[in-house]
Write a protein that binds this ligand. Structure first.
Ligand code: MRU
Length: 323
């Protein structure tokens, strides 16, 4: 995910189609970029932040600077509203808006482009740093359980939860990853498995409901998941099902780590109860009788007490987090 080769569009790999089809999309219109984020063509907290930043730069490039400045607040609002839970999206968009205030109209478009590129490059570096710090968790032969996809597909770089896995593999260590399927959109079964298979890293996919049994069996040395938002007290919003994995890991004495860039820490939000959780359409649950209602939260909140450690680009950190 990044810029198209001519720099005029946001280029994404359409994750809705994986693993069956690898289709690159070049997007310029704001409607298309908002729709790609909302429908999870591009997804994962850091990735949607980078996509929104590049998206603003390319879509506003069609206007003179003075007009782009007038359009920016509305476009920023639409992007932020497209997915409410991952703080990285609002963080990146607000950074773009702040950058715009630093220059005159004639320099605005170049500034937006430079800021979006800075956000992308920083994300790549944060992934590398998370991976480097996390290597200590992964000795040769380690077995890791993860949930959803917090890998390269979810960032501009090598991922967050999967960053240490990618680096350990590159260093010649044997790592086996268990990937929760991650109902209902199957980010684990479709995306994590695709990404790891391509990297040559052994991966076993399991239905979400099997994670507790797997943890009980002793087949997992540690759990590493990503995060969409980490609050000041250390509560963690991540893909629905993460909380259940954390409970089962605690019950079976398996360490549970959260890996995220610093931009995922939302020190302005005190605790998990204050996080806006995104609810999604009933159609995602498949064939449900019309008379049955549906409860389909996209994320849950794992309380701080269940987290063994927070792995960030700045190393292992402990809450409380402050600005
Ligand atoms: O709904 P998604 O697929 O965007 O959810 C993604 C997750 O929950 C990831 O674990 C999280 O964003 C971290 S990605 C590095």
């Amino acid at each position: 995910m990044g810029w198209s080769p001519d720099g005029r569009a946001l280029r994404i790999l359409d994750q809705r189609l994986l693993p069956a089809q690898e289709l690159l999309l070049d997007l310029v219109a704001l409607d298309d970029i908002v729709s790609a984020i909302r429908t999870l063509a591009v997804r994962g907290a850091p990735a949607i932040g980078v996509a929104a930043a590049i998206g603003l730069a390319v879509t506003l490039a069609a206007y003179p600077g003075s007009q782009a400045r007038l359009l920016l607040p509305d476009m920023a609002g639409r992007l932020i509203a497209s997915r409410p839970t991952a703080v990285n999206l609002a963080w990146a968009v607000q950074r773009m808006c702040a950058a715009a205030t630093q220059v005159a109209d004639d320099a605005l478009l170049a500034k937006l482009r430079a800021e979006a590129e800075a956000i992308r490059v920083e994300d790549v570096a944060m992934c590398d740093a998370i991976g480097a710090h996390g290597l200590s968790l992964l000795p040769d032969g380690v077995r890791v359980l993860t949930h959803c996809n917090a890998g390269a597909l979810a960032t501009a770089g090598i991922g967050t939860a999967l960053a240490p896995v990618h680096l350990a593999h590159a260093a010649g260590r044997r790592v086996h990853v268990y990937a929760d399927e991650t109902r209902p959109l199957r980010q684990g079964g479709r995306l994590t498995a695709w990404e790891l298979e391509r990297a040559g890293i052994p991966v076993t996919v399991l239905p979400d409901g099997a994670a507790a049994s797997l943890l009980k069996s002793g087949a997992v040395d540690l759990v590493i998941v990503g995060a969409d938002r980490i609050t000041a007290n250390g509560d963690v919003a991540n893909k629905i099902g993460t909380y259940g994995v954390a409970l089962a890991a605690r019950a079976h004495h398996v360490p549970f780590y959260v890996a995220a860039p610093w931009s995922t820490i939302d020190a302005a939000t005190a605790h998990g109860a204050d996080i806006c959780i995104e609810y999604r359409d009933r159609a995602e649950l498949g064939d449900i009788p019309a008379g049955a209602s549906v409860w389909n939260p996209a994320f849950d909140v794992t309380p701080r007490e269940l987290v063994t450690g927070y792995l960030t680009d700045r190393g292992f950190v402990d809450p409380p987090f402050s600005e």
